[in-house]
Design a binder for this molecule. Structure first.
Ligand code: HEC
Length: 132
C-alpha cells in the first residue's frame, strides 16, 4: 500500500511537470519518449524484447510496431488506457506469472513514467530498426 501511494505521488509529480502551459504544451511528445521512456525500455526490457538480443513472449519493444502488434495477448499498450495495457499491468507486478521484468520490480518513478507515457497517448517516434 505504501509503495502504491508513492507511485501515485510520483505520477502526480510527473504529470504536473508535463502540465500544459497556456495553449503551448510544456513538453514535446517525441522528446519525452526519447529522454524519459526509451532509456527505461533499453535498460530494463531490451535484453528479452528486442531484435538485438532475444525475443521472449513474442513481444518486441524496440519499435512502435512491436508493441502495437504485441505478443500472445495482443497489443502491449493501448494508448490512453492503463487498465487495458498489458505492459502496464505487467510492470505493476500484480501477479507473479505476468510480472515484468520477471525478477525485479521497476523503481516507482519508472513505473510512473511508463504510466504517464501511456496516458499521454504513447508517443513513439521509432520506426522499425533496419538490419545491419
Ligand atoms: C529476463 C527476460 C525478460 C525481461 C528483462 C523482460 N521480459 Fe517481458 N517477457 C519475458 C518472457 C519470458 C515473456 C513471456 C512469458 C511470460 O509472460 O512470462 C514476457 C512477456 C511479456 C509481456 C506479455 C506479452 C504477451 O502478449 O504475452 C509483456 C507485456 C512484457 N513481457 C513486458 C515487459 C516489459 C515492459 C519489460 C521491461 C520493463 C520486460 N517485459 C522485461 C521476459 C522478459
Amino acid at each position: 500500500m505504501k509503495l502504491f501511494a508513492f507511485s501515485l505521488i510520483a505520477l502526480t509529480a510527473v504529470m504536473s511537470a508535463l502540465a500544459v502551459e497556456g495553449s503551448k504544451p510544456a513538453y514535446e511528445p517525441d522528446e519525452f519518449f526519447r529522454t524519459q521512456i526509451l532509456p527505461i525500455l533499453q535498460t530494463r526490457c531490451y535484453e528479452c524484447h528486442s531484435r538485438e538480443h532475444e525475443v521472449e513472449g513474442e513481444l518486441f519493444l524496440d519499435s512502435k510496431l512491436g508493441w502495437e502488434t504485441g505478443g500472445e495477448n495482443g497489443p502491449a499498450v493501448k494508448p490512453g488506457d492503463l487498465k487495458n495495457s498489458p505492459l502496464i499491468q505487467a510492470i505493476r507486478h500484480l501477479d507473479s506469472d505476468s510480472a515484468m521484468p520477471p525478477k525485479k520490480k521497476l523503481p516507482p518513478i519508472e513505473i510512473a513514467l511508463l504510466e504517464t507515457w501511456v496516458l499521454l497517448g504513447a508517443p513513439d517516434p521509432r520506426t522499425l530498426p533496419t538490419k545491419q
